[in-house]
Design a protein around this ligand. Structure first.
Ligand code: E4P
Length: 228
């Protein structure tokens, strides 16, 4: 299983990359905006150079299908590791699978994003998407069972041998990460604050404190005995 970081914050990306823990980056227009990246081209290029050859997902920002193609080609020209996020449908409900298919045929990798149903996953896979992003938190917001959905999607892809990989996103807590992992998600994209929470445990800290304290006491004892 791979871990992506769901962020456009360069210092966070750098930190987790140096720990050797991240295999890619996902962004969307809200993440870019909230992380202070207003110039998408400059931001995407910086992140892509930092993490290459790992993939960086950058999302189109239009409802027009032709414009999606134009934007996608432009994004893909910025760096070889840029993957273009195309939504399943636009805000009017028009399917975007033709865009997915065209881009993949041109050799541009697509992350078919905002998948909230198994039906959407099936269509995105048939259109040839490299990645399909299931928004686990948003599935749960509507009363859906995200782990069950992820498991069903992964099983279906494997059963029929589609190349698409499931990215579980929209993570709202560490439990969502664990649930997505045990449900078999190929990739989980995690916001930096939850990577920190995943690592942390009160009792681990306490145990380390105990060991360090006892090691210091042992050293003092050794020095005391040696000076006698
Ligand atoms: C994933 O690729 C998305 O960028 C992200 O996880 C969306 O999550 P949200 O529901 O917090 O907007």
């Amino acid at each position: 299983m791979q871990i992506f970081i769901d962020s456009a914050n360069v210092s966070e990306i750098k930190k987790w990359l140096e720990y050797g823990l991240i295999d890619g980056v996902t962004t969307n227009p809200s993440i870019m905006f909230n992380d202070g990246v207003y110039d998408v081209e400059t931001g995407a290029k910086e992140i892509a150079a930092l993490v290459e050859p790992r993939p960086v997902s950058v999302e189109v920002t239009t409802n027009d299908l032709d414009e999606m193609l134009t934007q996608a080609r432009q994004f893909a020209s910025w760096a070889p590791n840029i993957v273009v996020k195309i939504p399943q449908i636009n805000q009017e409900g028009t399917p975007c699978y033709g865009v997915v298919r065209r881009l993949e045929r041109e050799g541009i990798r697509v992350n078919a994003t905002i998948a909230l149903s198994l039906g959407q996953v099936m269509l995105a896979a048939k259109a040839g998407a490299t990645y399909i992003s299931i928004f686990a938190g948003r599935v749960a917001d509507e009363g859906g069972d995200a782990p069950h959905f992820i498991r069903a999607a992964v099983d279906w892809l494997e059963r029929w041998k589609y190349k698409s990989q499931i990215i579980a996103g929209s993570i709202r807590g560490v439990i969502d990460i664990q649930n997505a992992a045990t449900a078999g998600a190929h990739i989980i994209t995690i916001p930096p604050q939850f990577l920190n929470r995943m690592a942390d445990h009160k009792y681990t800290r306490e145990t380390v404190r105990q060991f360090v304290t006892d090691a210091r006491k042992a050293l003092e004892m050794m020095q005391r005995l040696a000076s006698k």
